[in-house]
Design a protein around this ligand. Structure first.
Ligand code: TSJ
Length: 641
């Protein structure tokens, strides 16, 4: 565009995009891998909106070579007319912040929701971007460069029989460096979008490196989503689904009970995962509780006056809730909580009607579910007893139980300062005890393998020696009576051998935390210690030894020594207490992996595969996790001599 034709409008636009470039984090959350993912997400969301409007059936996402990303749909094509502001619509879309909703007729939009920063933000953060539109028999193109600058007007390129919109762009290296999108992350989200939009086809093509392709399409939508997440679990009945409309809100639900002990309610509003819940979840829960209790009373299963509690009725339930609604409001710390109060009544109405019918049509299933809820209630009472028992043991003068023999306490009483090392084996436990910082580090050695918390009855788990030591030591109780506030440690560090057995124990402990103390995982309180795999020393033993965590690292270090001796640690027991302190426990020099859950659905599926009926799948995972790759972005501090 020539300088002479610069108008006030152009200047305003550039200033807007400049603001995005100055503080990208404000618009896309971060300039790390998540931010980059967000850019692609934003463009995909616009294509999804076209699908929601019923105007497109197929979307292709490409991770091209040299970090280029592209998204194509077979929709109507972005309108090419001149908007009332005098600017052609495509240019408006890519240069005006939040232009999205203004020209749209679609009432349910993904792009206007949580992620709805608009295509202009993507443009502002791109080295270049081009949009191609096939519409009404013609092909059009417009290009932008250097953070949203207009590279030329919308051009007509000729005739075509195709329909649709394609956006290709190169995320700005100045902002994202050399970051590459993770195939897994993109694939997981696209799969999820296909589960949420039954019948929609999304192709994902990775043209980088070896190349990869996948097509997602689920004719049964949510039903298949539930089946996917319940893979590997023993289920009580086939997936059941229902949907209905209340006012302007369209509600879709699919659920299935399994023999898992957890409860998972996943909710989406216009394809956005409302991880913080909101009124729609409240509506679902209260309808379920009411309907099940009414049914139980009618059947006379539950003789007592009191109701079965909602949490007991939801044990083993996996439910997915998907809403389509206009004018969403998102609240909460991360803006992922639905704030529309009217969603509660809508979901409640649709759920009540269909759940009542479901129970009446499936009396056998209904009986099983009520029997389960009753035993869940008993388990809850057991959990309460655990809490009472641990309160008693605390108030005593320490004369109590086997626990005191095992746990080596730290002197600080401030949970934020206190770290609990759960250590595999007594001998490693002994070394940890000698090497530790007595003020802040407590040591709990574990003997032998604890049971699998996904497969074992609550009573048995809670009376297991190893687990009850863990429960009493941490002090926060167990689900459904767990409380972070009562926990005595804010870092719980799993320290196991770097072999298959160690990995198995870690898995068992994580499964236990997932089932009984999930807030510890959600809050990032759980860590995995990373003892080194190699020690490299000079043969004469004069200089201090160096440690290595991977083979490559070891080889690089060994090359610097004239005559190195290399020791491959097979277990923690081979290290003395000083070495253990230096390499693994000293907060100044150690490296920890923080275990977090950022994708509840993925976590649920993983735990059910891992700890379910299939030893082969479990073994494979264990073998894979032994080598905690250094590409993990969760490494908190890494410093080596
Ligand atoms: F926003 C965007 F530019 F980034 C983008 C938009 C990216 C991609 C990959 C697709 C799209 C997009 C937009 N696909 N389809 C549409 N459709 C419209 O913008 C559209 C078309 C027709 C009508 C109409 O009422 O006739 C309305 C709209 C919103």
């Amino acid at each position: 565009m020539a300088i002479a034709s610069y108008t006030e409008e152009d200047i305003r636009v550039l200033e807007g995009l400049e603001a995005v470039r100055k503080r990208p984090g404000m618009y896309i959350g971060s300039t790390g891998i998540r931010g980059l993912h967000h850019l692609l997400q934003e463009i995909v969301d616009n294509a999804i909106d076209e699908a929601l409007a019923g105007a497109c059936t197929e979307i292709t996402v490409r991770l091209e070579k040299e970090r280029v990303l592209s998204v194509r749909d077979n929709g109507r094509g972005i309108p090419v007319g001149v908007h009332e502001t005098g600017i052609p619509t495509p240019q408006l879309v890519f240069t005006r912040l939040h232009a999205g909703g203004k020209f749209s007729t679609a009432s349910y939009k993904v792009s206007g929701g949580l992620h709805g920063v608009g295509a202009a933000v993507v443009n502002a953060l791109s080295q270049w971007l081009e949009v191609e539109i096939c519409r009404d028999g013609r092909r059009y193109r417009q290009r932008f460069r250097e953070g949203g600058g207009i590279d030329g007007p919308l051009e007509e390129l000729g005739r075509t029989r195709k329909r649709g919109s394609t956006v290709r762009f190169l995320p700005d290296r100045e902002i994202f460096g050399d970051l590459e999108l993770s195939y897994r992350m993109v694939a997981d989200r696209l799969r999820e979008l296909c589960f949420l939009n039954a019948g929609l086809t999304i192709h994902l093509e990775d043209l980088r490196g070896e190349g990869r392709k996948e097509t997602f399409r689920f004719q049964e939508g949510l039903t298949e989503f539930v089946a996917y997440l319940n893979t590997g679990k023993r289920t009580v009945h086939p997936v059941h689904s229902f949907s209905g409309k209340s006012g302007t809100i369209f509600v879709e639900v699919a659920f299935q009970y399994s023999d898992a002990y957890s409860e998972s309610l996943l909710s989406f509003v216009n394809c956005i995962n409302t991880v913080e819940g909101g009124y729609h979840e409240t509506g679902f829960r209260s309808a379920l509780t009411r309907v099940m209790n009414e049914y139980a009373r009618k059947l006379g299963v539950w003789r007592k006056k009191e109701n079965l509690a909602g949490e007991d009725l939801r044990e083993g339930l996996l439910a997915i809730l998907s809403l389509r609604m206009p004018e969403t409001e998102f609240e909460g710390q991360t803006k992922m909580k639905l704030g529309n109060t009217e969603a509660r009544a809508a979901v409640e109405a649709v759920t009540s009607a269909h759940m009542t019918a479901f129970l009446e049509e499936n009396p056998d299933v209904a009986r099983k579910l009520l029997a389960r809820a009753t035993s869940a209630r008993q388990a809850r009472e057991a959990a309460r007893k655990v809490r009472e028992a641990s309160r008693k043991s605390k108030s005593g003068t320490g004369a109590n139980t086997s626990l005191n023999g095992k746990l080596t306490r730290c002197s600080s009483r401030k949970p934020v300062d206190c770290e609990l090392f759960i250590v595999e084996g007594d001998s490693a436990g002994g070394n940890a005890k000698q090497g530790r910082d007595r003020r802040t580090q407590a040591i709990l050695p574990l003997r032998g393998k604890p049971p699998n918390a996904q497969r074992t009855a609550v009573k048995k788990l809670l009376s297991n020696k190893e687990f009850s030591a863990v429960i009493q030591t941490i002090g926060g109780g167990v689900h459904p009576d767990f409380s972070l506030r009562r926990c005595r440690y804010h870092k719980i560090i799993l320290l196991a051998d770097a072999d298959e057995d160690g990995a198995h124990i870690r898995c068992l402990l994580l499964t236990f935390f997932y089932r009984f103390m999930r807030p510890l995982l959600l809050g990032g309180y759980i860590y995995i210690a990373r003892p080194p795999l190699y020690k490299i020393a000079s043969r004469k033993g004069r200089s201090k030894p160096t440690y290595a965590w991977t083979r490559q690292e070891m080889e690089a270090i060994a090359r610097r020594y004239r005559n190195p001796t290399i020791q491959r640690y097979k277990g923690l027991g081979e290290m003395n207490s000083t070495q253990l302190w230096e390499t693994t426990m000293n907060p100044e020099t150690r490296s920890l992996l923080q275990v977090t859950i950022n994708d509840t659905a993925a976590a649920e599926r993983q735990v059910s595969i891992l700890m379910g009926d299939e030893p082969a799948a479990r073994r494979q995972f264990i073998v894979e996790t032994i080598d905690f790759g250094l590409e993990d972005d969760e490494i908190l501090s890494l410093s080596r001599s």
